[in-house]
Design a protein around this ligand. Sequence first.
Ligand code: C2E
Ligand code: MG
Ligand code: MG
Length: 614
Amino acid sequence: MMLSKSLQRKKIIIAGLDSKLVIAIEAMLLRKGFSNLSFANECADIYRIIRPFAENSVDLGLVIVDEFLPGGDVGHMCTSLSRENNGIALPFIILKAESSDQLNDSIQSSGDLIYDLYASFREAELLILVELLLVLKNERYLRNQQQEKLISELATRKLLDAKLKYLIAHDELTGLMNRANLEQHIRLSLMRFKALHQNGALLLIDLDRFGLINDLEGFDVADRLIIEVVALIRKTLTRDVFFARIDSDEFCLYFENVSLTQAKESAEAIRKSLDECRFTTGDVCYNITASIGIAALPTQKVIVHPEELISKAHQACYLAKQNGRNMVWIYNEDDKAIKERHRDVFWVPLIREALVDKNFFLVFQPVINLKSGIVSHYEVLIRMRGQADSVIHPIEFIPVAERMGLIHCIDIWVVENAIDFLAALPVEMSDVCLAINLSGFAFQDGSLLPTLKRKLDLSWVNADRITFEITETAAVDNFDQTRQMINKIRALGCHFALDDFGAGFCSFNYLKKFPVDYVKIDGQFIRNLVNDETDQVLVKSMADVARKLGKKTVAEFIEVPQVIPILVSLGIEYGQGYLFGKPCRELIDGGRVPLAHFSNESETKSHFSYNRLD
Ligand code: C2E
Ligand code: MG
Ligand code: MG
């Protein structure tokens, strides 16, 4: 057998033999290439020599020992050191006198690496045994190593499995349940509710303005806040509850078998406790508040999926926020605000799709010079394509778009498309002017002005062909910013009109604050003008004020011809309404109006003739 160099370097201990035999064995081993030999006179020497190998016995070879080694029981020592489970598995060759017996049964059957040899052995016998035992020991060592590795891998995997199971069900930061786990519990509860008619209530807690703290103070501080909030909520709880964190600053508490009143009490206690808490970081102190939505079982509609209950609590929470934050709101299908919210949820994807899929289009309604009957300009109005070629009017989606922050995209879309429309008109129509409606939100975002400039530059459309109609709205809450923006857009050459004048409470205030060129008197004052003297007085006063301030006036909702002479006598210059033409995809003129209604009959206009808006 050819042993590898590494096996030849293993430690071989020769113990307790008489000196002649020691010399002979040493010579045999050296000749065979074994170089790492040690000598022992008694049992204790063997223990001393092998002690350094206790941690790692790879370099330990074997022991050749006399059966009568002084200082201990050789049989006992051999069995204990050659065992595998003590990690050493040291092989022994016990040299015996001819007269000695075979190894006793317990040693032989142990399966350990213990062999005996008569002292009259032949050199080859000893060397073969030495080599065999070294190979066996090495194999056992390697096998042990692999087993240990396997055990440690298994242990790590078990640990990971446990961690994974925990993570799948819990939020790492707070240790609370996560959304999936909560949904699982609610699912079971819904089944019980069906079978046993048990009540239940879900509270959805959303911290107010958490994003601000996150942005200003960073994630670490925000995480600390979350942990403190969880501790505070826990303190208020007096009954069993499933407590989950379902988003960065959103928590859910699911109570089984509680009445709505009890759920509301719990929610109020949480709201109050958070409101009273002050969160300090560095030298800054934050007042933490939360908006809480409650959805309780049973609901008007049967709830099958946990997400439905969570969604209802979400909607209630949204309304708590809308209504001023730091409050509790209970979900109720008949709630007007909930219905509005349903509408919003329905419309938002449709509006987004319409912006991308070109489902919006523009219609144009003529505005007529009431003295001449000539079309002065056209108001641009937006429409959405509905199903089966139906047309959806802006009243359906503009208020939603305003609530849901989509109106700005619509405003920009209309501005771009209206200018494209003008740019595409034939040369003989290059005097056509348009009035474009803008929402109050258009001025809150800086992108309107650059978009308008770029569009006008690229299209070569003259800016004075465009008038922007603005309405009195809560959105125009920053008068200074709005006025500055209006001035910048006017500096480009565009005009402004104050739309729906008289319909709100602050119309005169708007007139005072904003540099507009036109005042559009709201249709509600015009519709019954012929028969309603109050309307006549009001329209006259509005027209007088506008004229004194140097503004031109437009009357909306002209539906009958009899109203025209009255408007003219009250000093109104322009008119718009179904009488002259409904909003239409093509440009129509006012030629259909019987000329007798206009004061200056000589200025009859032919089809498609226009006056510049001046
Ligand atoms: P508005 O700017 O006051 O537009 C006038 C509305 O009155 C239009 O309704 C028009 O079709 C309607 N109308 C015109 N003449 C008559 C008439 O003789 N009788 C009656 N009953 N109605 C008449 P529309 O197009 O449904 O628009 C409603 C409102 O939606 C607009 O009021 C405006 O505030 C908003 N809107 C329309 N288009 C846009 C747009 O492109 N952008 C923005 N931001 N808002 C728009
Ligand atoms: Mg308008
Ligand atoms: Mg109007």
